[in-house]
Structures are given as structure tokens and as C-alpha cells.
Design a protein around this ligand. Structure first.
Ligand SMILES: NC(=O)c1ccc[n+]([C@@H]2O[C@H](COP(=O)([O-])OP(=O)(O)OC[C@H]3O[C@@H](n4cnc5c(N)ncnc54)[C@H](O)[C@@H]3O)[C@@H](O)[C@H]2O)c1
Length: 374
């Protein structure tokens, strides 16, 4: 039977800081002193981000933009249903030119567009919540980093899993020494959902950065956060093993396994593919230490020689990770704080993903120095 670890035993560790208690879910869409937020890209993810933002106190969505007018219109309808009103645009530069009152932007456009849109938004003096990855090449990652540093704007990247209540509690427990020395992290992402066929650009690796940089990056970001620092070396194997030319012209992989080595022999072993049948599927994010192991998904831990699995105390357990990430971002903008997923963290997680992808493509070990200089 699961027993409880008290919050006090690990809550004071300054890792993966999130809002101190989830703000009440009340609509802020009519408040005069709220942050004025605009959305660029209201497809799959932009819509989910918008729905989360609409629940955050202290934020008011005033404009939405998508190249596809129906998508922008649909987003405006969601704002209206939440009691607000958003102007609709198909050109984000026009939106930011016309509506000077916008102070904060969420960008959820395809991966290969991040660099140019993020830089343009920052240049126009806006705080920015930018979907992951930071960009799809090391050079473009550094260009975004430079612009964030130059403008000094609040900048958070969409690694919302760090804000998942169970994962956040588990990461704090590890950082507080709960499992002793971290030895290795083991991740599996076998989605059971097949290919994401409704997102055409995802299958072009020049646009998505491929499946590790677009999706595996989430779990690898968590493991990097748990271990600290960045990997020294990566090696992996993968390719298009099953879904050849499906959809037609496909260039992104359908499966891979990758290993990262960190300092002191700490390592990550991660497997990700689309060919799992429904009963052979699942997401697994486990961290193994000298004194025990933690399940980042469930927020549980077990001592190394114990039989009992212990449920950690999870503040805000019922809150959604995207809502928590948006609430954290709004709190950081309003109070001048550094987000957990700031640009320094996001560039390391994105370079880690690009490093693993390069290792797989080139069938050789790739080092951190090499990817940092690329
Ligand atoms: N954090 C997460 O868990 C998560 C999950 C899924 C996707 N994402 C990220 O979100 C982003 C979007 O992914 P998606 O699945 O929503 O893709 P999508 O194709 O469904 O949506 C992208 C939208 O951006 C619009 N767009 C493109 N260029 C634009 C421009 N210049 N101005 C305005 N709109 C523009 C497109 O018309 C489209 O509607 C990607 O970066 C992806 O990696 C993050």
C-alpha cells in the first residue's frame, strides 16, 4: 500500500520552481489590469495553449492570429465563450503593429518557423511563451538566445511537463536527495496512437527537426533537469523501419533508441517509436539512484531494497501541466521572475535533442562540443 512523504521533506528545493499553489481557475478575460496576451498559431497545440491561458487569472487574451482564417476564428470563439473578446488576424506583424497594447505573446507555429517568429516578436518588445523546440538547428537556437538576452524580455519555452504536478514533485524529491545519487534515467515513449497523420510538416525532418527534436525532447528535457548540466556524448540508432513513404515523401523517422552519457558515468536510455500495438504501449520516465528510484509520471518512489512503493505528496495534483505552465509564465511576467524553462535551459534541451538526432543520422558518437559549435 502506498504511504505518504510529507511535503516538508522536499518542498524547499529550488528546482523546477512552479507557481506557489495553482492560482484559482477564474476567468480573467474582463480584468482591466490583466496582461494582454496574443496568440500566433492556433492549430492543435495553439488551441490547447489558448484553452489553458483562458483559465489563468491575470491574463486577458486580446488577439489571435493564424495563417488559416478558420483557425484564428475558432480561437476567437473560444475566447468569446470564456467571456472575452479577441481580434482576429492572419498576419502576426500586422497584429502587433496595430495592437500596441499587446504585451505578451504565445507562439505555437510549426517548429521550423520558431526562430524567425520568436525573434520578430521579441524585437517588437513582447514577452514570449514559445512552443518547443527552441529551433531546429544549433545556429538558429543561438540566434533566439541572443535576442532573448538582448531584449531582456520574459521568455519561456513550452516544456510544460516540468510543471506537471506529479513530475514537479518527483523532480523536487530527487533534487532534495530522495534517491541519493542519480545513476541513470530510463525513458520510453511508445504512443500507441500511430503516426500523427494530421500534421503534415511533422513528417518532413527539415521542418520538425525529426521525432526526437519534436517529441522525444519533452522526456529528455526532464531527464536533463534531473541529472543537471548537459550530456557529454550521444549515440543512437533509428530510421524509417515500418512507415516507408507513408505519408508520401516522409523523411522523419518512425522509431529510434538513443543513449546519452553525462559526467561521472550517469546516462540516459530512451526508446521512442510508432509501431507498438495498443497493449504494448505506454510512457515510462524512471530515474534510478543509489538509494532508490522515482517514477516521474506517477510521482512515486521506492527505496532500492524496499518492496513498498511510496506516493509522494503532490501539491495541485489535479491541475493540468499546460495550465500550470501558463500560470507560471504569467506569474513570471507580472512579477519579473525567471521562468523554469528559460532560454538557458531550453537551448541545452534542444541541443541535446539535435545531438542525439545527428548521432542517429550519422551512425556515430556526437559530442557536446561538436553540437555546440555546429
Ligand atoms: N508542448 C507540447 O506538448 C506540444 C504539443 C504539440 C505541439 N507542440 C508544438 O506546437 C507547435 C505547433 O504544433 P501543432 O501540432 O499545433 O501544429 P499545427 O500545424 O496544428 O498548428 C500550427 C499552426 O500555425 C499556423 N501558422 C504557421 N505559420 C504561421 C504564421 N506565420 N503566422 C500565423 N500562424 C501560422 C498554421 O496555420 C497552423 O494552424 C510546434 O512547435 C510543436 O512542436 C507542442
Amino acid at each position: 500500500m502506498a504511504s505518504s512523504v510529507t511535503r516538508r521533506t522536499f518542498l524547499q528545493v529550488p528546482v523546477a520552481a512552479t507557481v506557489a499553489g495553482a492560482p484559482a481557475i477564474v476567468s480573467a478575460q474582463t480584468r482591466g489590469d490583466a496582461l494582454r496576451v496574443a496568440f500566433i498559431g492556433t492549430g492543435n497545440r495553439g488551441t490547447a495553449d489558448l484553452q489553458a491561458m483562458l483559465k489563468v487569472a491575470g491574463a486577458q487574451v486580446v488577439a489571435v492570429c493564424d495563417l488559416i482564417p478558420e483557425r484564428a476564428q475558432n480561437a476567437a470563439s473560444l475566447v468569446a465563450a470564456a467571456g472575452g473578446s479577441a481580434k482576429v488576424f492572419t498576419d502576426f506583424r500586422k497584429m502587433l503593429d496595430e495592437m500596441k497594447e499587446i504585451d505578451t505573446v504565445v507562439v505555437a507555429t510549426p517548429d521550423w518557423t520558431h526562430k524567425d517568429i520568436d525573434i520578430a516578436v521579441l524585437e517588437m518588445g513582447k514577452h514570449l511563451y514559445a512552443e518547443k523546440p527552441l529551433a531546429v538547428t544549433p545556429e538558429d537556437c543561438r540566434a533566439v538566445l541572443r535576442e532573448v538576452k538582448r531584449t531582456g524580455k520574459t521568455f519561456q519555452v513550452g516544456f510544460q511537463l516540468r510543471h506537471d504536478p506529479a513530475t514537479n514533485a518527483a523532480m523536487k524529491f530527487i533534487a532534495g536527495g530522495g534517491i541519493g545519487r542519480v545513476l541513470m534515467c530510463h525513458g520510453i515513449r511508445h504512443s500507441g496512437e500511430g503516426l500523427p497523420r494530421n500534421i503534415p510538416w511533422y513528417h518532413d525532418r527539415t521542418k520538425s527537426g525529426d521525432m526526437l527534436t519534436d517529441q522525444g525532447i519533452h522526456i529528455l528535457d526532464l531527464f536533463r533537469g534531473v541529472i543537471g548540466g548537459h550530456p557529454l556524448r550521444a549515440y543512437g540508432v533509428g530510421g524509417i523501419n515500418l512507415f516507408k513513404n507513408e505519408p508520401p515523401g516522409r523523411t522523419s523517422m518512425d522509431g529510434y533508441s538513443v543513449i546519452y552519457e553525462y559526467a561521472n558515468g550517469v546516462y540516459i536510455n530512451f526508446s521512442h517509436h510508432y509501431y507498438d500495438p495498443p497493449r504494448f504501449t505506454g510512457t515510462w520516465e524512471k530515474v534510478f539512484g543509489s538509494d532508490g528510484s522515482v517514477d516521474l509520471v506517477k510521482g512515486t518512489w521506492q527505496g532500492r531494497e524496499k518492496r513498498e512503493t511510496i506516493q509522494l505528496d503532490i501539491p495541485d495534483a489535479k491541475q493540468d501541466s499546460t495550465y500550470m505552465a501558463m500560470a507560471h509564465f504569467v506569474d513570471c511576467v507580472r512579477n519579473g521572475k525567471q521562468p523554469t524553462n528559460n532560454v538557458d535551459s531550453a537551448i541545452e534541451s534542444t541541443l541535446q535533442a539535435l545531438m542525439g538526432t545527428k548521432a542517429i543520422y550519422e551512425k556515430r558518437i556526437v559530442t557536446w562540443e561538436e553540437i555546440s559549435a555546429a
